[in-house]
Every structure is written in structure tokens, then in C-alpha cells.
Design a protein around this ligand. Structure first.
Ligand SMILES: Nc1nc(=O)c2c([nH]1)NC[C@@H]1CN(c3ccc(C(=O)N[C@@H](CCC(=O)O)C(=O)O)cc3)C=[N+]21
Length: 292
């Protein structure tokens, strides 16, 4: 079994990005500037956005965190987005999800200038991705592709089973794994909450990408020998014995599944850190495209 070490790969990527930023600085160019908008004070969301800001500092990017109260109206958020779209100093920005219930997420994501949409959530960018056009690929799926590539995982002609059809992971992942080229070229089955007999499907998978959010959902009995296992789950499970009061738990019963797997991502330290590294990569791309 080979561990797909997202912590290590993300550090390598950050060093590569840092080297690019150093070149920009040496030439007297403006460095990439990422903004993150967070509405409300959900603990997990604040942690993730905090990690993104720290990652920016680490590679030499400028960053701005925009904090809005949980009572923010959709119109107020749309005005903030308009300001970020027009602010020439900002190269890319993200609206941290989930948003409070009074705000329509799809309308908000459609308001982001596609050229600054480093999350790749705008329908124009999602459409481009589905059509193999160059665009911002959503950070989590992008990070998974990057991990498969860095560990030289063979995906061609393999059966990939994706669990979960979310707009930010499962759905784009199913499209990307079926695309021509590598990583990709696999035969994809997209499973979800209405899938019947999921064990019958996962047992036939060469590659399983689980983005469900149910701790320890994927058991050893559901996996065939030598499968490649990608765990996107990051649920906080209460645990009094831990200083933080919780442990981050993946979708995969790692202890038992890892005994059968050829490659497997740990949680934490797998897909999560890759997500942050690829957001930085998209922001660097946004800067380069805006410079022309
Ligand atoms: N607009 C938007 N873009 C996102 O990319 C986005 C989002 N909204 N909403 C929530 C999800 C989740 N997400 C994670 C990022 C990093 C870790 C991460 O670094 N995880 C660490 C552990 C972090 C911890 O201690 O909680 C790890 O897995 O090792 C996890 C999850 C980005 N998301």
C-alpha cells in the first residue's frame, strides 16, 4: 500500500509557486492577490479560510479576508462581489461555502467575474471544464488529479466510482475522470444517495473517490483488492479525548480499507491540503492571465 501524501505534495506545489512569485518580485511585478469572502462564523469555514490566508502568506501572495455577518442579505453580498470584480488589485476571489439560507448560492456564484473565479464554480467555467477548454478547475478535483499524477497512478481504461454528486467535488470529478488524457480516460460511475446496491458497484471499482461526508462509510468489504482509494470526507467527529474536542474523520474506514488498497489518501493530510495548494495555483494562473 502506498500512501498518497497530500501534505507532502501540497508542500512541493507551494514551493513551486513560491519560486514563481520570487521571479515576479525580482522583475518588479505585482504578486498575485487572493480574496476570500466568508459569511457568518461557522467554525469549520473559518478554519479553512484561515488556512487559505496562511497558505497565501507562505508563497508570497497578497490576501484579503472579507468577513460579513451571518445576517448579510443576498443584495449586500452581491454588492461586495461587484466591488471585488471591479477592484483591479484583486486577481481572484472565492465565496466560502456553505452560505446562510437567506442567500441563493447559484445566483451569488453567477455574479463572480469568470476571469477571477479561482474556485471554478461559475457556470461558464464549469461548462468550459466539461468541454475540455482551458479554465479554472475546482480546487478539490484539481488536487485529486494532481495527486494521481504525482504518484503516477494509472487511470486509463480503469473503472472509477465516484460517491457523491456535489457541484464542488463529485460532479466535476466524474467529468474530469472521464476526459481524454491522463489522469482521466477512465470509465466513470457516479453514485449518490439514491443509488441502489452501492456495494455491488464499489466492489468493481479500480478507483474509488468518496465525497459523501459520512464518517467511515466505505468498509473493506466494499472494496476490491488493489483498488485506489481517494477520501474526500472531512467530517468533524466529537472526541473529548482530543484537545480540540473533535477529530477530522474521512469517509473511508482507513484502518481496514488500507490493507486492501494499492494507493490510499489519509485524512487529514490527503485531499484537504491539496485543495488549498490548487487554489493557490489557480490564483497564480489568474494573475498571469490578467497580466496578459
Ligand atoms: N468556495 C469554497 N471553496 C472551497 O474550496 C471550499 C468551500 N467553499 N467550502 C468548504 C470546502 C472544504 N474545503 C477544504 C479545504 C481544506 C481542507 C484542509 O486543509 N483539511 C485538512 C485538515 C484541516 C482541519 O484541521 O480541519 C486536512 O484534510 O488535512 C479541508 C477542506 C474547501 N472547501
Amino acid at each position: 500500500m502506498i500512501l498518497l501524501d497530500g501534505k507532502k505534495a501540497s508542500n512541493d506545489i507551494k514551493n513551486e509557486i513560491k519560486a514563481e512569485v520570487d521571479k515576479m518580485i525580482a522583475k518588479g511585478e505585482k504578486v498575485p492577490h487572493l480574496a476570500a469572502v466568508i459569511v457568518g462564523d461557522d467554525g469549520a469555514s473559518l478554519t479553512y479560510v484561515g488556512s487559505k490566508v496562511r497558505a497565501c502568506e507562505r508563497v508570497g501572495f497578497e490576501s484579503t479576508m472579507v468577513r460579513l455577518p451571518h445576517t448579510t442579505s443576498e443584495v449586500e453580498l452581491l454588492h461586495k462581489i461587484e466591488a471585488l470584480n471591479e477592484n483591479d488589485d484583486i486577481d481572484g476571489f472565492i465565496i466560502q461555502l456553505p452560505l446562510p439560507p437567506q442567500i441563493n448560492t447559484q445566483r451569488v456564484l453567477m455574479a463572480v467575474d469568470p476571469s477571477k473565479d479561482v474556485d471554478g464554480f461559475h457556470p461558464e467555467n464549469f461548462g468550459k471544464m466539461a468541454l475540455d477548454m482551458s479554465t479554472f478547475i475546482p480546487a478539490t478535483p484539481f488536487g485529486i488529479l494532481e495527486l494521481l499524477e504525482r504518484y503516477d497512478v494509472d487511470t486509463k481504461g480503469k473503472h472509477t466510482v465516484v460517491i457523491g454528486r456535489s457541484h464542488i467535488v463529485g460532479r466535476p470529478m466524474s467529468i474530469l475522470m472521464s476526459r481524454k488524457g491522463w489522469p482521466g480516460n477512465s470509465t466513470v460511475t457516479l453514485t449518490h444517495s439514491n443509488t441502489k446496491n452501492i456495494t455491488q458497484i464499489t466492489s468493481q471499482a479500480d478507483i474509488i473517490i468518496s465525497a459523501l461526508g459520512v464518517p467511515n462509510f466505505l468498509k473493506a468489504e466494499m472494496v476490491k483488492d488493489d483498488a485506489v482509494i481517494i477520501d474526500v470526507g472531512i467530517t468533524r467527529v466529537e472526541d473529548e479525548s482530543h484537545p480540540k474536542g473533535y477529530v477530522i474523520t474521512g469517509d473511508v474506514d482507513f484502518e481496514n480499507v488500507s490493507k486492501k488498497a494499492s494507493f490510499i489518501t489519509p485524512v487529514p493530510g490527503g485531499v484537504g491540503p491539496m485543495t488549498i495548494a490548487m487554489l493557490l495555483k489557480n490564483t497564480l494562473l489568474a494573475r498571469e492571465q490578467r497580466r496578459g
